[in-house]
Write a protein that binds this ligand. Structure first.
Ligand code: DC
Length: 217
């Protein structure tokens, strides 16, 4: 039986980075479920047939290169297409549909069939992998998350107002936590990691400590 560690949390909480660091350190496979929702959105822009979209999604794989995650479709790197604002908006829309979530459920679960897995998203521990060996819920104060997003956008040459970013994050949290299907929740059996005052390395060592204490490896 392969082992699974889930990392859920709101946007810009640092869960993607923790997932990459853990997958790298443990040499486990990684599932970036948000990227699957984005890929679903990306394929939907040029394709209506849900069966074809599903077939395409089954060909997605993830690669960690120089500390970043690459999304591959038939060995082509499609990461850039998934990061656009258009894809993000469409992903947010389709992720609230039960039809999308039903299609993605078995595809996400398949990732754990051939390898130990680090799965990151919003409902990994609550819905997709409820029997995971270890569940983390990563959180941070909205102001800190907004600051991280600000830095990220600046690196990409985009200038955004901090006040707008904080409002955006608070609004998105509310939407994520109150939506009907798979809302963002911290399950009772998950461990809260608060990255408000901790850098990536400290969060990683805290996570590794829990993994050691629970004898997961
Ligand atoms: O984490 P992200 O920004 O890449 O996620 C893209 C979209 O998919 C976002 O609107 C939230 C949604 N999502 C979801 O509903 N469930 C998940 N497990 C992961 C992402």
């Amino acid at each position: 039986m392969n082992k699974i560690i889930t990392i859920d949390g709101p946007s810009a909480s640092g869960k993607g980075t923790l997932a990459i660091l853990l997958a790298d350190r443990l040499n486990w496979r990684i599932l970036d479920s948000g990227a699957l929702y984005r890929a679903f959105a990306y394929f939907s822009i040029s394709e209506d047939d849900q069966r074809l979209i599903e077939q395409n999604l089954r060909k997605i794989s993830f690669n960690i290169v120089d500390g970043s995650i690459q999304v591959l479709f038939e060995n082509e790197d499609i990461s850039m297409h998934l990061r656009t604002e258009e894809t993000a908006i469409q992903a947010s829309k389709i992720s609230s549909l039960s039809s999308t979530r039903e299609i993605l459920l078995p595809i996400q679960r398949f990732f754990s069939e051939t390898s130990n897995l680090i799965a990151d998203g919003r409902d990994m521990g609550s819905v997709v992998f409820p029997d995971a060996n270890l569940k983390f819920f990563l959180d941070a104060a909205p102001e800190v998350r907004a600051k991280r997003r600000h830095l990220e956008l600046q690196k990409r040459g985009q200038e955004v107002n901090m006040h707008d970013l904080i409002n955006d994050i608070v609004e998105r949290d509310k939407k994520d936590r109150t939506r009907e299907l798979s809302p963002l929740i911290k399950t009772e059996d998950s461990i809260l990691l608060d990255s408000t005052n901790l850098d990536q390395e400290s969060i990683l060592s805290e996570a590794l400590q829990h993994i050691k204490e629970r004898n997961i490896l």
